[in-house]
Design a binder for this molecule. Structure first.
Ligand SMILES: Nc1ncnc2c1ncn2[C@@H]1O[C@H](COP(=O)(O)OP(=O)(O)OP(=O)(O)O)[C@@H](O)[C@H]1O
Length: 273
């Protein structure tokens, strides 16, 4: 069984038909890049995968969990196995870098916050958190407030927090959209190194076509609520990917934005708990 399986997925918001019958699997260890213009339905798909939005029809299996049928407990167990990386990092700015990484272990402990809040966290958890920070090159910043770091550094802390969680699947929602091109490349290099080393399965939404072609094993391109193209990244040219941004791209019938393959700023999906 694949860690991510989607069949016939449909979602409406009122009269707007946002997801129009999506079908795809992501096999274990694959890094899939999800592309598509603003308003084509990417975030709605990501929210459905993690159980934050209820589809109208179709099936979703995430790490063997039937997301549409799962009760609270099953959903919580599934979310422990699925890490998230967000456009705006979602760190607790007034907490230390180390504390933010420790929060990655929150879902693993029955006593929750009592096991991960810094004065109470056992030495082995702190050591693991330092090890994760070391992996992203920021062990020397452990005691610093998270909001004093640069954007690129904050995203590296978010990757360390994801490592601390130890998920099998990672959903990354425009992880480099808030970063300049150089910091964005560094973060993509690190994220891809980490997920390869750990053998994680990934869906990563991006708006930069060159980055998608450079990193993805696979590209899934959405247009107006449908999968328009899907295949190995090596099989697509930048011109083919550009077609995702032309014509009727949005699900709400509004015109697409000129230069639509740019990097929009918007709210992240939400924190999975
Ligand atoms: N909770 C909601 N209620 C009503 N409409 C929604 C809701 N969430 C999304 N939509 C609508 O669904 C459509 C697709 O939105 P979605 O955020 O999934 O697109 P997207 O491809 O992620 O765009 P972007 O790249 O800008 O994030 C839009 O028309 C949006 O207004």
């Amino acid at each position: 069984m694949n860690p991510i399986e989607v069949r016939g997925l449909q979602k409406h918001f009122g009269k707007v038909h946002v997801l129009r019958g999506l079908d795809f699997n992501v096999p274990a260890g694959e890094g899939a890049i999800l592309l598509g213009a603003n308003g084509c339905g990417k975030s709605t798909l990501m929210r459905c995968l993690i159980g934050l939005t209820r589809p109208d029809a179709g099936q979703i299996r995430m790490v063997e969990t039937d997301v549409r049928q799962a009760g609270r407990r099953e959903m919580k167990q599934m979310r422990r196995r699925v890490g998230m990386v967000f456009q705006r990092f979602n760190l607790v700015g007034n907490c230390s870098v180390l504390q933010n990484v420790l929060y990655g272990a929150l879902g693993r402990h029955r006593l929750g916050i009592l096991r991960v809040a810094q004065p109470l966290a056992p030495a082995e958890e702190r050591d693991r958190a330092i090890h994760c920070l070391d992996r992203v090159g920021l062990a020397d910043r452990a005691g610093q407030r998270a909001d004093t770091l640069s954007g690129g550094q904050q995203q590296r802390v978010a990757i360390a927090r994801m490592l601390m969680q130890g998920p099998e699947v990672v959903l990354a929602d425009e992880p480099i959209a808030s970063l300049d091109p150089r910091a964005g490349r560094e973060v993509m290099d690190l994220l891809w190194e980490v997920i390869r080393e750990e053998g994680m399965t990934v869906i990563c939404t991006l708006h930069q076509l060159d980055v998608a072609l450079a990193y993805g094993d696979r590209v899934i391109g959405m247009k107006a609520g449908r999968v328009e193209l899907d295949g190995p990244a090596s099989g697509f040219s930048a011109d083919e990917l550009e077609t995702l941004y032309h014509g009727e791209v949005r699900v709400d019938g509004q015109p697409g934005e000129p230069g639509g393959s740019g990097t929009p700023q918007r709210e992240p999906i939400a924190v999975a708990s």
